[in-house]
Ligand binder design. Structure first.
Ligand SMILES: N[C@@H](CCC(=O)N[C@@H](CS)C(=O)NCC(=O)O)C(=O)O
Length: 246
């Protein structure tokens, strides 16, 4: 039996998808068991008829909760937040909440959609790989500059204080992608660089206390092959964690 099989919550995800990672972090922080359904973007599975029934726009993630189907990471996270109040993802202070919404939306509206796979592929096809990379760097740089300014007076250990909130769920995967995939020069973004180091430390701390079958909090992992049983999956995750697939 695969990890989480039989759970009412099913997450359709691709391991490198920053949008799906936001939801995985939320599920893990709230301690919710879920069945992981891998959708391979590189094989175009997100554009196949089965997945399009869940999300007609053809993007991961999608969450199935019994009879309910929700697509879009923001909508999914808000649904989880309301249904499962444990480990709140929004602070009680109204202003801080608004800062969380704003930071999350800078990532999800002003950065990620403009450097999504569909956009990257289009630019690469029309203009070549160099133009694609300079476009991605420009988009990420513009967004990161705005985030630096926005969070300057609000950040603590994490983006809006000393707790992990919505803004961190959106920032951590986006920072990982910018730094590890696109090699963005972070010297102009000291606050975001510090947050990134914090996210990494937190992930290391968590690793010691948390069952690895819940998936790591902040780090993307290759999707385990479907034939892996739950015990095998634990090893798969630990194996990957120590860098075997990086
Ligand atoms: N606003 C959506 C965006 C979803 C999205 O763009 N997902 C990406 C992965 S992070 C995707 O499926 N891309 C496939 C493609 O570009 O063809 C959300 O937050 O869930």
């Amino acid at each position: 039996m695969a990890a989480g099989e039989g759970c009412p919550l099913k997450l359709y995800s691709y391991y490198l998808s920053t949008c799906a990672q936001r939801v995985r972090i939320a599920l893990n922080l709230k301690g919710l068991r879920f069945e992981y359904k891998a959708v391979d973007l590189m094989k175009g599975e997100h554009l196949g008829p089965d997945f399009l029934k869940l999300n007609p726009v053809g993007f991961v993630p999608a969450l199935v909760d019994g009879d309910i189907v929700i697509a879009d990471s923001f909508a999914i996270i808000m649904y989880l937040e309301e249904k499962y109040p444990q480990h709140p993802l929004l602070p009680s202070d109204l202003y801080k909440r608004a800062i969380n919404y704003q930071a999350a939306n800078i990532v999800s509206s002003s950065i990620q959609p403009l450097q999504n796979l569909i956009v990257e592929n289009y630019i690469e096809e029309k203009c070549g790989v160099e133009d694609k990379l300079s476009w991605v760097h420009m988009i990420i740089g513009k967004g990161f500059l705005a985030l630096e300014k926005l969070l300057k007076d609000h950040a603590g250990k994490f983006a809006t204080g000393d707790e992990i909130y919505l803004a961190d769920l959106f920032l951590a995967p986006q920072l990982y992608r910018a730094i590890e995939t696109f090699n963005v020069d972070m010297s102009k973004f000291p606050l975001l660089s510090r947050l990134y180091e914090e996210y990494r430390r937190y992930q290391h701390l968590k690793m010691q206390h948390q069952r690895s079958s819940l998936m790591l909090l902040l780090k993307p992992l290759p999707d385990a092959p479907s034939w892996i049983c739950s015990v095998g999956r634990e090893f798969w995750i630990i194996f990957n964690y120590f860098g075997a697939f990086r």
